[in-house]
Write a protein that binds this ligand. Structure first.
Ligand SMILES: Nc1ncnc2c1ncn2[C@@H]1O[C@H](COP(=O)(O)OP(=O)(O)OP(=O)(O)O)[C@@H](O)[C@H]1O
Ligand SMILES: [Mg+2]
Length: 487
């Protein structure tokens, strides 16, 4: 979350800062230009006014009719035109309105220089003070030379004082308007910056979240960003990387499991070889001696029963050793082309007694035109026997076993699928993988090697076996063997 605040806020602040600088600069330039334009307009207006006053009053000035001049001047004065002063050819004041007579520094002195031929007007802003020396108003002072018709030298000049109050009010109005526009622009900019910062940082935060998941070893998270920019590309690469990591993790787990299985196998093989060596010879001697004893005729009934129990025990031990060695032995496969239905029929014959004893019905569904499979028939028979035997043990008396064989084509290739299902007690979901572990058994006299051997043999054939079962409704074992093209 620290990154969230920092990155988003930093980005937003930078955008706002740059925007503010830009808005202030733009407004400043606009305002300056506006002021210059207004000033220019005012100056031009003043010059036009000065010219018109000159046109009107030059004859009076030339005739030295200062009385009429004064009257004309007073008539011209209004809110905008604060003062008018006429100067004679010696730059001495000839006439001015009453108001300006009190401002000696303005009234007494002409602003035009000695050069009598110059037609350049004089323009300057000026501040008028009241009697207490407080600012009264700002004026634009314009003084234009007077050249009567055909005259080459200046005859005099006229000085005007134009009020700047209205102009300044206009400048203030324009400034306020610009300020309003600036504030509004800034507000929109701030909202935009916050939105932009959010838009940019949200995908980054999602990526950060993704990397956090990966660092915790969880590769399942897929980032949901579908923008078409660099961030979108990054998200796509990230998702691809997660997928690859997930795949790699799964493969590693499988490899690990296989490694454990191989190690288990190796140690079982080692132990079983030892057991076989240590037990077999003495067991054979025990078995022979019990055999001899049981053949004696003068044995009473209880001894005979005891000897029979001992013989059953020995048979059990022998079976255990046999199974153990069978599981541990990695023998070469004797591959040839066989029909699966024949192998199954052969296996069914071998356990016919057990099936009959429990009154189990067997239903067979063999698909048409079943392909032959290249397998070690003895070993595959052993798989079918182990699975059938389990089903027979799982069902109640009068139970049912169903066998289906068919060819199935999947993206991973063609398979011969054999399904053996029963209506026995079923395998709980949590034990679906456990049942294939060596020595996993829920039976009192079971060894727990039947399905482990089945899986081992199928792996040798590049096939698989898995359980599909529901507790209470029975189980279904699916055996897949690869279908190769027959020669
Ligand atoms: N058809 C089935 N229905 C219900 N449970 C089954 C079925 N097949 C196997 N199981 C369960 O799987 C366990 C392992 O079976 P597996 O054949 O490997 O060993 P086992 O039958 O116990 O002993 P054995 O080595 O003598 O075969 C069984 O103990 C049983 O709990
Ligand atoms: Mg079994």
């Amino acid at each position: 979350m620290a990154l969230n605040i920092t990155l988003r806020t930093r980005l937003a602040l930078w955008v706002i800062f740059l925007l503010t600088v830009q808005v202030v600069l733009v407004l400043f330039v606009i305002q300056r230009q506006e002021v210059i334009a207004i000033e220019q307009e005012q100056t031009e207006r003043g010059l036009v006014l000065a010219n018109s006053i000159i046109q009107e009053n030059t004859p009076l000035l030339v005739r030295y009719d200062y009385f009429a001049l004064k009257e004309n001047i007073e008539a011209r004065i209004d809110d905008q035109l604060i003062y008018i002063i006429f100067y004679d050819r010696f730059n001495m004041p000839a006439a001015g309105n009453d108001f300006i007579l009190t401002y000696d520094d303005i009234y007494q002195f002409s602003n035009l220089g000695e050069d009598l031929k110059s037609r350049e007007p004089f323009v300057q802003p000026r501040q008028l003070l009241d009697a207490d020396h407080n600012p009264l108003m700002n004026v634009l002072e314009i003084e234009a030379p007077i050249f009567p018709q055909d005259a080459t030298d200046r005859w005099g000049s006229v000085k005007l004082g134009l009020s700047l109050e209205e102009m300044q009010a206009e400048v203030r109005r324009t400034s306020m308007l610009l300020l309003g526009i600036g504030v509004l622009g800034l507000l929109i900019g701030i909202i935009g910056a916050a939105w932009l910062a959010r838009r940019i940082t949200t995908p980054i935060l999602k990526l950060v979240e993704g990397t956090e998941h990966i660092s915790r070893g969880d590769f399942s998270l897929q980032i949901d960003i579908d923008s078409q920019d660099e961030i979108g590309n990054l998200a796509k690469s990230f998702n691809e990387m997660s997928r690859q990591l997930q795949l790699l993790q799964r493969r590693m787990e499988e490899a690990n499991k296989r490694l454990i299985q191989v190690e288990k196998l190796a140690s079982i093989g080692h132990i079983s070889a030892g057991i076989a060596h240590e037990i077999r010879n003495p067991l054979t001697a025990v078995k022979l001696n019990i055999q001899k004893l049981s053949e004696k005729e003068n044995l009473d009934e209880s001894d005979r029963v005891n000897l029979e129990i001992s013989q059953e025990g020995i048979a059990q031990i022998e079976k255990f050793i046999r199974e153990l060695l069978n599981y541990a032995r990695v023998s070469e496969l004797n591959l040839d082309w066989f029909a699966m239905d024949q192998i199954i029929d052969g296996s069914l014959k071998m356990i016919a007694d057990s099936l009959e004893l429990k009154d189990v019905t067997v239903e067979k569904h063999y698909g048409a035109d079943l392909p032959q499979v290249r397998v070690d028939a003895d070993k595959v028979r052993q798989i079918i026997l182990n699975v059938l035997r389990n089903s027979c043990e799982a069902v109640e008396t009068g139970g049912e076993i169903k066998i289906c064989v068919e060819r199935t084509d999947t993206p991973s290739g063609s398979w011969l699928r054999t399904e053996i299902s029963d209506n026995g007690k079923g395998v709980p979901r949590k034990d679906w993988e456990n049942v294939f572990e060596p020595f996993y058994t829920t039976k009192a006299s079971g060894i727990g090697l039947g399905l482990a051997i089945a899986r081992k043999i199928l792996e040798q054939h590049s096939g698989t076996i898995r359980v599909k079962s529901q507790e209470g409704t029975g189980s279904c074992f699916e055996i897949l063997l690869p279908c190769e093209d027959e020669p």
